[in-house]
Design a protein around this ligand. Sequence first.
Ligand code: AVJ
Length: 317
Amino acid sequence: MTAAALANEFAIDVRAGLTERAQKALPPKYFYDGMGSALFEAITLLPEYGLTRADERVVRRCAPELPGWFRNEVVVAELGSGSGRKTRSILEALRVCQPALDYYAIDVSRTALEACRSELAALARVSPLECTYLQGVRHLAACRQPHQSLLILFLGSTIGNFTKAGAARFLADIRAQLQPDDGLLLGADLVKAPAILLPAYDDALGVTAAFNLNLLVRMNRELGACFEPRSFRHMAIWNERESAIEMHLCSVAKQEVAIPGAGCVAAFREGETIWTEASHKYTAAGLREMAGAAGFQVSGEWTDARWPFVETLWLAE
Ligand code: AVJ
């Protein structure tokens, strides 16, 4: 997708999300501009946010076992490349049997793709694909060689940003692009006490608040909007029924905000929120069920004891 098309998609989503629905909402993928990606990296260092450290610990444990599951040459594709740090141990493990390794990073964020390339260039031939996850997987499925197996990495619990129904559909769509002997390594954050989860999304330093409020700054910069970030407050809540942490931006006053680049004016009541993210938490059993429903065979499962988090390897049957 071109930069212009991406900007236009942002305008369309902002207009729909802030003027056409009872619950205002924006998709979380828009967090990750340059500032947002930097703030997310800072989040991963927060004492309250154990998720990324758990993910890294489990990936390090499961990486050496991965090559054993594949008979063919493996081509690695990562959905949401992030900084690429976790991916290192996986590429290092695969390189033991396969020194010339192809790694495709699929991300809508150019910043993330660049960070990822410099982090991993020494370990593999890195090809960035600036597109949506499904577009990327479809492209690779179409151009891989018959003797190659695709290993899709979907780490860091990005799956949590989908609704449970959306995740099921997405995983089935991925599966439909795969062949027998292809695999998906999925990392998901597990359900844990709200007393642990809430501070992870509302930290003492206010980094997560800045990450959330940065969406307003992004709309100001890219769409000429007139948001006053100080007139919104960061909110994190635990939605028990959905098993999800929700983040919102709460308007502290009644206000109207012009967003010229999206051709609209957004009106807020005092206390009205923009729902910016749902971070769904899973159970190991729930994930196994989802694997089966999407047409995968669960082959490996690794969990972290300190911060319940699971890495699960699914093979296409
Ligand atoms: C990158 C989607 C896994 O949901 O925990 C961190 C993003 N949002 N703090 C998450 C996030 C607020 C993160 N994921």
